[in-house]
Design a protein around this ligand. Structure first.
Ligand SMILES: NC(=O)c1ccc[n+]([C@@H]2O[C@H](COP(=O)([O-])OP(=O)(O)OC[C@H]3O[C@@H](n4cnc5c(N)ncnc54)[C@H](O)[C@@H]3O)[C@@H](O)[C@H]2O)c1
Length: 329
């Protein structure tokens, strides 16, 4: 397949690119403007296989048009976006422009050049604060921040476009909390000012931060801290390959991607202390805007309709891989 990956120098995109290169049967083009992604990830991927890297922004529609015209892609896997929930509450337009408007430009080009398959990085943040302990794909979507809304709008655009154009299919993947690094140590999370819990915990273990904060311990959960479903990056990456195979013989669909197990912030911190043997400093802080109490995936649909088989469903494996990566970073 000829595949375009947007945001392939970023955390998730680079791991998916690695998994596709390892399959050794695709022609891969990666575009990224490196606003958050890293050149180092692109260099690391060169050791896995051959691909084309184009440094450009999704905003440059003329350049994108040229790329689509000359490449005749079979599939797009669209990761490029801004991802920080709190920032989205402060700078919503930044999120709507990059995550929604730029995605519309991309989908428009897919239609113009007859690209048939679109795999979209959506998020559990589109559910907002669901009533159910575990959310399924049919749980109602009421996002509580601009990040979640910017992603939900793109889902709507995909659905409407596919309904109007029978030659265009999508797989919407709603990720839960992605964490860890590739088990061979090649790739990991490179965000300079990460806000992700496991990343921050590993930085605190290694003394890169003096301490870390728990944002709110008065949520309606077992220990008062937020509960999330943490999925190892390589299992998440493989869900994209399963989604592409699914689209070959099936119509568009939406899949939650998580393990279905929830851990509280306090539990993750305890596990990080156990894995590392380091009793790092943790302080309490007020709640952050935009954080729902509990998000756990029901991923039955992905497990039953596709060939996805997760292999790293273990919080300690996730933390250990993240720690090993952070130690080298
Ligand atoms: N990390 C998570 O836990 C998580 C959870 C749910 C959904 N997602 C989604 O997964 C996707 C990837 O997230 P990530 O964690 O890898 O983030 P990331 O910041 O590491 O990757 C995003 C990449 O997109 C690039 N990019 C951003 N805007 C661009 C633009 N206009 N033009 C070209 N490149 C651009 C960045 O440089 C970066 O390399 C996002 O769409 C995000 O919403 C992530």
């Amino acid at each position: 397949m000829k595949i375009l990956i947007t945001g392939g120098a970023g955390y998730i995109g680079s791991h998916v690119a690695k998994a596709l290169l390892e399959e050794n049967k695709h022609e891969l083009t990666i575009i990224d403007n490196l606003c958050k992604g890293s050149q180092k990830a692109i260099e690391a991927l060169r050791s896995v296989g051959e691909f084309e890297f184009i440094e450009t922004s999704l905003e440059d529609v003329a350049r994108l048009d040229e790329i689509f015209k000359t490449h005749k892609f079979d599939a797009i896997i669209h990761f490029a976006a801004f991802i920080e929930v709190f920032e989205s509450t402060q700078k919503p337009l930044k999120y709507y422009l990059n995550n929604t408007s730029n995605a519309i430009n991309l989908i428009t080009l897919c239609n113009k050049y007859g690209v048939k398959n679109f795999v979209f990085s959506s998020t559990a943040a589109t559910y907002g604060e669901p009533d159910e302990a575990q959310v399924s794909e049919s749980t109602s979507q009421n996002p509580i921040n601009a990040y979640g809304r910017s992603k939900l709008m793109t889902e709507w655009v995909l659905k409407d476009t596919a309904a109007a154009n029978r030659n265009f299919k999508y797989a919407i993947l709603r990720y839960f909390n992605v964490a860890g690094a590739s088990l061979d140590g090649l790739l990991g999370q490179n965000y300079p000012n990460a806000t992700h819990l496991i990343k921050v915990a590993t930085q605190t273990i290694l003394g890169k931060r003096d301490k870390m904060s728990i944002f709110g311990d008065d949520y309606d959960t077992k220990d008062g801290t937020c509960i999330r479903d943490y999925i190892h990056i390589e299992d998440l990456a493989n869900a994209h390959l399963s989604a592409l195979r699914y689209l070959k013989d099936n119509d568009s669909n939406i899949f939650n991607v998580g393990y279905g197990t929830g851990y509280s912030v306090k539990e993750v911190i305890e596990a990080a202390k156990e894995v590392s043997g380091v009793d790092f400093k943790v302080e309490m802080a007020p709640r952050r805007d935009g954080d729902p109490a509990c998000l756990i995936a029901n991923s039955d649909r992905l497990r039953s309709l596709t060939d996805w088989k997760p292999v790293n469903d273990d919080l300690k494996v996730i933390i250990k891989s993240a720690l090993e990566w952070e130690n080298k970073a």
